[in-house]
Design a protein around this ligand. Structure first.
Ligand SMILES: NC(=O)c1ccc[n+]([C@@H]2O[C@H](COP(=O)([O-])OP(=O)(O)OC[C@H]3O[C@@H](n4cnc5c(N)ncnc54)[C@H](O)[C@@H]3O)[C@@H](O)[C@H]2O)c1
Ligand SMILES: N[C@H](CO)Cc1c[nH]c[nH+]1
Ligand SMILES: [Zn+2]
Length: 449
């Protein structure tokens, strides 16, 4: 059922390999043309443009763009106890996982009297996007908020699409997760329009907006935007990058599984399907040196697909150009294919899985062995599920405290230490024909600063 790409007789470079591998027909670059006018409109017209876009794309015109505190409080009170317990467990696991990422300040003595200090300074204000089109993602509230809080960010604002069936507010479970984490600035805005609001801010339109505004501004711009979303959200993040920082392009979900004949085809099929249910644009790719495993996975997928709740969108995902089976001659070639594909999630189901996993260079996150499926990372593993997609894992990383921290170097030299540098510094300044640089040091050494 999955399309097969047979690379067993090929010997391709990483670039040639990347061109042969499955990718979605609608990619971030092509979605840019759709999101750019939306972003310009929000920049020009603020809240009025946010409402127009919501009406057109989310099927509701939100009365309250800034979610009232009372709605957050009621959502916490109405939360199913089992879901509350699970969210609290996810929060605890993620706090532990993210605390371990915090880098410490480091002082290095470069020379006698000359030190540099590496500081890690959190950005002041962050905008967290939580998807809410085809599915509801309270787990993405946890992933975004915990990482920002552990990094020490002062001001945290969150946006999620308005839901027609919830009076134009974000889904109550999203609001409840915000309440559990102490996030109070929440907006009913989705897609590219939400990203534009976070990047550039938005002025009020209605009396309700005026009441929720401070200093004539409904939402102040942020310094960094993080969070996952569909291809339009990923494209909007690419479009605003440069005016604001972003974590990574965390677009439509992908799973690649590197498996040999020892893999359990039921586990492989279940995991491929688990990510296909996110979005018709989601990608599920099996990389294997075993045609027999590929056949067994196909059969298991067909059976599971017929019984699954979101079979229509999962079938579109599995049948799209972004999904397939890649046949390789051995695991060595499989590792090269996995690196060229640079999956958001890569599962390893091979003999000696931990050793194979250590040889992977490009993946948003690596899930090692048969008992570490992607859905564990989606919810409770303690890792972050906001991960780079579309091959960007070649250079980008999953969400971590680092998305919100700036490494700043502090340079502190004594007069003697500066004096010891003056000769070589003058030589370099002369070589660059920038004599005023040498003079800045000379002025001090002659006591004329
Ligand atoms: N990579 C990751 O880390 C990660 C994590 C979780 C989820 N995801 C992905 O997030 C996505 C969630 O998607 P979703 O749709 O459920 O919610 P979403 O909130 O990302 O997208 C909904 C918004 O998309 C906009 N939109 C929809 N169709 C549009 C169009 N034709 N033109 C312009 N804008 C349009 C609307 O404004 C709407 O508010 C899925 O693709 C899922 O796979 C990725
Ligand atoms: N698999 C998604 C990351 O791409 C995250 C998620 C949230 N909820 C379920 N899954
Ligand atoms: Zn998932």
């Amino acid at each position: 059922m999955l399309t097969r790409i047979d690379l067993r007789d090929t010997d391709l470079t990483p670039l040639q390999l990347a061109q042969r591998l499955p990718r979605a027909a609608l990619d971030v670059a092509s979605a840019l043309a759709t999101v750019e006018p939306i972003i310009s409109d929000v920049r020009a017209r603020g809240a009025a443009a946010l409402r127009d876009a919501a009406e057109r794309l989310d099927g509701v015109r939100p009365e309250r763009l800034r979610v009232p505190q009372q709605a957050i409080q009621s959502a916490v009170e109405g939360l199913d106890p089992a879901v509350r317990g699970a969210l609290e467990l996810a929060i605890a696991h993620n706090r532990a996982g993210h605390a371990a990422q915090m880098p410490s300040e480091r002082v290095t003595r470069i020379t006698e009297g000359g030190i540099i200090t590496q500081r890690w300074i959190p950005v002041r204000r962050v905008g967290l996007y939580v998807p809410g089109g085809l599915a509801v993602y309270p787990s993405s509230v946890v992933m975004n908020v915990v990482a920002a809080q552990v990094a020490g960010v002062e001001s945290v604002v969150l946006a999620s699409p308005p839901q027609a069936e919830h009076g134009g507010l974000p889904h109550p479970t999203i609001l409840a997760a915000c309440g559990l984490l102490g996030v109070t600035e929440v907006y009913a805005a989705g897609g590219a329009q939400a990203i534009a609001m976070l990047a550039y801010g938005a002025g009020p339109e209605t009396q309700a907006d005026e009441e929720a505004s401070a200093g004539g501004v409904l939402c102040e711009p942020v310094d960094v935007i993080s969070g996952p979303g569909n291809v339009y959200v990923a494209a909007a993040k690419r479009a605003v990058l440069g005016d604001v920082g972003i974590d990574a392009e965390a677009g439509p979900t992908e799973i690649a599984i590197l498996a040999d004949a020892s893999a359990n085809p039921e586990y492989v099929a279940a995991d491929l399907l688990s990510q296909a249910e996110h979005d018709p644009n989601a990608g599920s790719v099996l990389i294997t040196d075993s045609p027999a495993l590929a056949d067994a996975v196909d059969a298991a997928l067909e059976r599971r697909l017929a019984a699954t709740r979101h079979r229509e969108r999962a079938a579109r995902a599995l049948g799209g150009a972004q999904s397939g089976v890649v046949l390789v001659r051995d695991i060595e070639q499989g590792i090269a294919v996995a690196d060229a594909y640079a999956a958001e999630h890569l599962e390893i189901h091979t003999e000696g899985a931990p050793d194979v996993a250590r040889r992977i260079r490009n993946a948003g996150a690596v899930f090692v062995g048969p008992y570490s499926p992607v859905p564990l990372g989606d919810y409770l593993a303690g890792s972050n599920h906001v991960l780079p997609t579309g091959g960007t894992a070649r250079f980008a990383a999953g969400l971590s405290v680092m998305a919100y921290l700036k490494p700043v170097q502090m340079i502190e030299y004594s007069a003697q230490a500066l004096g010891a540098m003056s000769g070589p510094l003058a030589a370099l300044a002369q070589a660059e024909d920038l004599p005023a640089h040498a003079e800045a040091v000379g002025a001090r050494l002659r006591g004329r600063d």
